[in-house]
Design a protein around this ligand. Structure first.
Ligand code: FES
Length: 158
């Protein structure tokens, strides 16, 4: 976990995700530290939460399987097979499906919904944004130069 305080990330989001009431920003890592296809599992407010980079978009899920409580976010990141007709099966959604490590139930990383029973089973999701830290007050007596920050922070709102 970084040493940045949550208050430093309360403004100027690059991402546009809406935020749940009461959620606080928790900087997780630099963008470069969470490449596409990877995940980071963090402890926030006594909850284990997985933050995923799915093809350049960030999502977060509670790491608690609704079946029997497995650490869901430690499971395999995969896709899913779908039948398009008799004898026809296609592989789709590669990198968007999370398979529980205990009994193999699968969940959509984007929505938190179960693949086999999406209307009744789901995992709690959280908002994730990419943000730049708030700039400190400038000292007018010091000559300053324009700086661009190209590697923002992945911030979990939980
Ligand atoms: S605990 Fe996750 S599928 Fe059983």
């Amino acid at each position: 976990m970084s040493s940045q305080s949550p208050q430093q990330f309360s403004q100027s989001p690059v991402g546009t995700a809406r935020r749940r009431a009461g959620a606080k920003p928790h900087p997780i890592c630099r963008v470069s530290e969470l490449p596409p296809g990877d995940r980071k599992i963090v402890e926030v407010r006594s909850r284990s939460i997985g933050v995923f980079n799915v093809h350049g978009e960030y999502y977060a899920l509670r790491s608690l399987c609704p079946h029997q409580g497995a650490p869901l976010c430690r499971g395999a990141i995969t896709g899913t097979a779908r039948s398009t007709g008799p004898g026809e099966i296609i592989w789709e959604r590669d990198g968007q499906i999370l398979r529980c490590p205990w009994h193999g139930w699968e969940f959509d990383i984007v929505t938190g919904r179960s693949v086999f029973n999406p209307h009744r089973l789901r995992v709690r999701t959280y908002d994730v944004t990419v943000e730049q830290p708030a700039q400190e007050e400038e000292d007018p007596s010091v000559e300053s130069f324009e700086v661009t920050v190209e590697d923002g922070w992945v911030v979990l709102h939980a």
